[in-house]
Ligand binder design. Structure first.
Ligand code: HEM
Length: 432
């Protein structure tokens, strides 16, 4: 609990407060549950009450400073590696992320592993997989239920995993491929909407339980990846080959890869769910998406603005940073809250309305819009994610007419570290 943060405030010579910015005085457990149930509502109310820089406290993770100041977005995104670290910040929220992976590493280690994996996601490499992605999508969509309620998110997760295993990991043998898809799905399985970020092994009573389950599930993925690596005579120039060449053992390669695999499943399947969900609610835009190819990019940008897949971009400060009248100290865990910033009134008038026209000429200059983060930690999988959106959305929309199964809009909720619609996009589909 941050009991009255102001009580610990002191000031620098130039009048900056050097304590945690103010935030709700509720017990951390209550803040955690409220925030996970309604991240947009809670952070909006906190900003209205305490200003654009405020502190929310999680029962497991401690204080997190939210910076909803549009001018601070680019400097903070780019603060890694000079005055902030992204890997350490992410590991505080997701302790399962290895410090050897591109997601969890920092400094030189991050640079080296990122350089190794990035070419596997180069736009020209991904472009070569366009038809294969469309083919996989068509095969999945053909099996979706018709005129029966179903949740979009789990369907799109399986589809995204199938794409990743086939196109990026290039596992061709059908048995090995379906075993790996199933093992990845089990590793990332999240029942319901748990109101907590995953605990570290030593965090609370749940820590050891989650740790054991996660180890068991990751071991299955690791075994299949190792078998795949061993079966290849040459390491190859794809993701697996590149990571093996950059690490000292197959076990290290698998360790570096597991969180990349996780990062490659959840955000894209959520982004696909969110765009389809927003279009299902608006039949006129759904039809426009199909008929006006020029408008597609703006429609997707607007859906990702209203419903970002990732709740916040995180940085842990390695030097003091001044923002919004506060001096944030070294070690502070800073979050750039995407749902709040991407609804900034000045940059996006009528911020809750769905208006793809605002992106007609690209992202408005200076707008706090960062679905893929920024700086040297910008999403390495963006070309793949964009190709999935480009190929999978038309594949679904041209075959099915989707409508929400529930009349009221689904709220965004936090699941682990991502944002999902609270019923996982409950839909009914009709054939076109
Ligand atoms: C629509 C889908 C996706 C969204 C919205 C998304 C979003 C993000 C965001 C916001 C970050 C943090 C950036 C930052 O801290 O500045 C990130 C990082 C990352 N993403 Fe994605 N992502 C998506 C798809 C993917 C895919 C398909 C992969 C496949 C490998 C991937 C792999 C990663 C990795 C490895 C990082 C860490 C990069 C680093 O720190 O160097 N993501 N992503």
């Amino acid at each position: 609990v941050i009991a009255s943060p102001q009580a610990r405030a002191s000031r620098t010579d130039d009048g900056l407060a050097i304590t945690l910015p103010r935030g709700p005085d509720l017990p951390a457990s209550v803040q955690t549950v409220l925030y996970h149930r309604d991240p947009l509502g809670v952070s909006r109310r906190a900003r209205d009450r305490y200003g654009p820089v405020f502190t929310l406290t999680s029962s497991l993770k401690g204080p997190l400073v939210f910076v909803a100041e549009p001018d601070a977005v680019q400097p903070l995104l780019r603060a890694d590696p000079v005055s902030a670290r992204a890997g350490a910040a992410r590991r505080r929220i997701l302790p399962q992320a290895s410090s050897r992976s591109p997601f969890g590493a920092d400094g030189d280690r991050h640079r080296a592993i990122r350089e190794a994996v990035e070419p596997a996601f180069a736009p020209e490499v991904i472009a070569a997989a366009r038809d294969e992605i469309a083919r996989i999508a068509a095969a999945h969509v053909a099996g979706w239920p018709i005129e029966l309620p179903f949740r979009l998110l789990p369907r799109l997760r399986t589809l995204a995993t199938d794409v990743f295993v086939g196109v990026v990991l290039r596992v061709e043998a059908p048995r090995r491929r379906s075993a790996l898809v199933a093992a990845i799905r089990r590793m990332l399985w999240t029942p319901g909407n748990p109101p907590l970020s995953p605990p570290a092994p030593d965090e609370g009573p749940l820590g050891p339980v989650v740790d054991r389950a996660f180890r068991r599930r990751t071991a299955a993925v690791a075994r299949l990846l190792e078998a795949e690596l061993v079966s290849r005579r040459e390491p190859g120039d794809d993701l697996l080959g590149r990571v093996v060449a950059a690490t000292s053992s197959v076990a290290d390669a698998v360790d570096a890869l597991l969180v990349v695999i996780a990062a490659a499943q959840e955000p894209p399947s959520i982004a696909l769910t969110n765009v389809l969900y927003e279009l299902a609610r608006r039949p006129d835009w759904r039809e426009r998406y199909l008929t006006d190819v020029q408008e597609r990019e703006a429609i997707v940008a607007e859906a990702l603005r209203l419903r970002p897949a990732v709740q916040a971009v995180l940085r842990e400060l390695t030097a003091p940073v001044d923002v919004g009248g506060h001096r944030l100290q070294e070690g502070t865990l800073v979050a750039l809250p995407a749902p709040l910033l991407q609804r900034d009134r000045a940059a996006f008038p009528a911020p809750d309305d769905f208006r793809p026209g605002r992106f007609a000429a690209g992202v408005p200059a200076g707008a706090p819009y960062f679905p893929f983060g920024g700086g040297v930690r910008r999403c390495v999988g963006e070309p793949l994610a964009r190709m999935e959106l480009t190929e999978i959305l038309p594949s679904v929309l041209s075959r099915l007419r989707l409508r929400p199964a529930w009349p009221t809009p689904e709220r965004m909720v936090v699941r682990a570290t991502v944002l999902v619609p609270h019923r996982s996009g409950l839909m009914i589909a009709a054939r076109r």
